[in-house]
Each structure stands twice: as structure tokens, then as C-alpha cells.
Design a binder for this molecule. Structure first.
Ligand code: GDP
Ligand code: CA
Length: 305
């Protein structure tokens, strides 16, 4: 079965790893968020695409949740000692990838082409696409000011409550080559258990992608990133409470109005389905290990079959 999946970084990457274990990886196309991308020390960093590449290549650090296993930090220590920009954590192994990506982008290659080359070099058989090759930046509106995503998330530790979101470039961003084709050819569309507001909305901000999902002829299933109304990690629950008015499955589904046919929710949320207007699929959604990841992916695939 051919699937296309929209994904953010860590939560999404865990799920996508389960998908490629359950399917032929060649049948999986991941459309990843680029609204978090950031220029640090002259390097172009794509945190969500990198989480996907590292997870799919089996290079990710499972405990830390981001970056590479066996990472060291010598370059960053030097940066700090020299008074350089050190708020964004870049490990030595990770830096190698950013160097290659940045020089390729400087040479004029589009991000999608660079990402495809990185995936191939890492032995990743699934197709990993950025949502767009065009500039697209998530801005976070708070009482303390409006911040680019990583400044709010990393530098300020996402402590400011979010009043609103803006996706700079959304009017002009075109889907990356292959993204619309992947959606059109998919027999199943999936939205990973990523943060709806800051991981999935920036993908849907690419208008043609949102339209393609709205006009789908095959089912689209989202997986909730909340368990018992709480995020496994990060600010998704706080954002849903504030921006959507609650953290129930209905509030999660409300983030994808008109775009999904079913929502996979955790057993812990099975008694909280009031107001949910799409089909609920109740299962265990905590992806603690490879078996759990694969079971969750299979639950989505079984429903569609
Ligand atoms: P980011 O871009 O690195 O922030 O990652 P994502 O947006 O893709 O994923 C963050 C979301 O993943 C958070 O809201 C978590 O609640 C969710 N998440 C992480 N691990 C799990 C899990 O095992 N099960 C479920 N259901 N959600 C998870
Ligand atoms: Ca992210």
C-alpha cells in the first residue's frame, strides 16, 4: 500500500519509523515540516527533516529524543569558548550533515534535491520531502513579542504562552517536487502524531498541499499526539488548550477540519470522545520501542485496508 504521511520532527519520526517497518519503505513518502528551519552559525538547519532522516537511518538518539546517538559536542564547546552563537545545540556528528546541506544550498540546489541526496547517502529508502523548497517560517505570537519558531522553542524554552501563529511565505510557497504526486498516488494519507499547530499546520500552510488533502479520494487518518489529554513531550497540550479551547480528541481533530476521516486516539482518551466528528480508532499510542511503533503504524494501515 502506498502512503503519504505529513510529519514534524520527533513524534512524527517515531511513527514514520514504525510505518517503514510495517510497509515496503519504497511505498512511504514523508512530507516534513520546514517552518522550524533555522540559520545558525551560517548553517542551514532543518530540525524536523533531520529527525526524520536520523530516525529512518537508525542513527537517532532514542533517549535524548533528537539528534544523533553517540553524539559529542567539541565544536559547540569551542563556539561557546569563543563567544559564538551557542543557544542552538549542534553536535559534532550533526554538524557534518549541516555543512553538506548548507554548501549544496549555497550552490543553488533546492532543499528537496539536497534532502534526497542525504537520504540516499544515509541508506534511507523511504522518500523524504520538505513540504516546500520555498522560504516558509513559523512565527510565534506571544505577550512577550513575536518570535521565529526556534527562538521561542529553544532560546526561550517555549515558556511564553502562544496567542497566535503566522507562517511567513505561505502565500507563495509551492509544494516541493513530488509532494502533490505522492498525495495523489497514495492509497492512504496519514498525519503523524506531531504537534498540530507548529508541526502540521506549517505543512498545510502550503496551500496546494492543503487543497490536495481536502480534495482527497482516499482516507486520511491522523494520530493524536496527546495521551490522556497530555503531550508525551513538548507544548502541544498547552497550545491546544489555549488555541483550540481544550485537549480532547475533538480538539485535536478540530485542527484538521475537513482534512481527516478518522483519528487514532489512545486508550487513555477513550472516554473523552464527545464532539468528535470523525471516526475514532482507539488503541495504545505510546511508541516506547520498535514493537510499539510498528503496532501503531499497523493499526492505521489495518483500518484503511
Ligand atoms: P518536533 O517537531 O520534534 O516537536 O516533533 P513532532 O511535532 O513531530 O512531535 C511532537 C509531538 O509528538 C508531541 O506533541 C508529543 O506528544 C508527540 N509524541 C511523542 N512521542 C509520542 C508517542 O509515543 N505517542 C504519541 N501518541 N505521541 C507522541
Ligand atoms: Ca519541529
Amino acid at each position: 500500500m502506498k502512503v503519504a504521511v505529513l510529519s514534524g520532527g520527533v513524534g512524527g519520526a517515531r511513527f514514520v519509523r514504525g510505518l517503514v517497518d510495517a510497509l515496503d519503505p519504497a511505498d512511504v513518502t514523508v512530507i516534513g515540516n520546514v517552518g522550524d528551519d533555522v540559520e545558525v552559525l551560517g548553517l542551514h538547519v532543518c530540525p524536523d527533516l533531520d529527525s526524520l532522516l536520523y530516525a529512518l537511518a537508525g542513527l537517532n538518539d532514542e533517549e535524548r529524543g533528537w539528534g544523533r546517538a553517540g553524539e559529542t559536542w567539541h565544536a559547540l564547546e569551542t563556539v561557546s569558548a569563543l563567544g559564538g552563537e551557542d543557544w542552538f545545540r549542534l553536535g559534532d556528528l550533526d554538524l557534518g550533515l549541516h555543512l553538506v546541506r548548507t554548501s549544496a544550498l549555497r550552490g543553488g540546489d533546492p532543499l528537496s534535491a539536497v534532502t534526497a541526496r542525504l537520504a540516499e547517502a544515509l541508506g534511507v529508502r523511504a522518500t523524504v520531502l520538505p513540504a516546500t523548497d520555498d522560504p516558509l517560517l513559523t512565527w510565534i505570537e506571544t505577550a512577550a513579542g513575536v518570535f521565529p519558531f526556534q527562538e521561542w522553542f529553544v532560546a526561550r524554552g517555549h515558556r511564553d504562552e502562544v496567542d497566535g501563529l503566522r507562517f511567513e511565505g505561505e502565500e507563495t510557497a509551492a509544494p516541493a517536487p513530488g509532494a502533490l504526486e505522492a498525495v495523489a498516488e497514495a492509497e492512504l494519507l496519514l498525519i503523524a502524531p506531531s504537534n498540530p499547530h507548529v508541526s502540521i499546520w506549517p505543512i498545510l500552510a502550503v496551500r496546494a498541499l492543503r487543497v490536495a488533502l481536502a480534495d482527497r479520494r482516499v482516507p486520511c487518518i491522523a494520530v493524536s499526539p496527546l495521551i490522556g489529554g497530555r503531550a508525551v513531550k513538548g507544548p502541544a497540550d498547552r497550545m491546544l488548550a489555549r488555541l483550540a479551547g481544550g485537549t480532547s480528541p475533538a480538539h485535536v481533530a478540530g485542527c484538521y477540519e475537513g482534512l481527516i476521516d478518522a483519528l487514532i486516539v489512545d486508550e487513555a482518551d477513550a472516554d473523552d470522545l464527545d464532539g468528535l466528528e470523525v471516526r475514532p480508532i482507539v488503541t495504545q499510542t505510546l511508541m516506547t520501542d520498535s514493537d510499539a511503533r510498528r503496532r501503531l503504524a499497523e493499526a492505521a494501515l489495518t483500518i484503511a485496508a
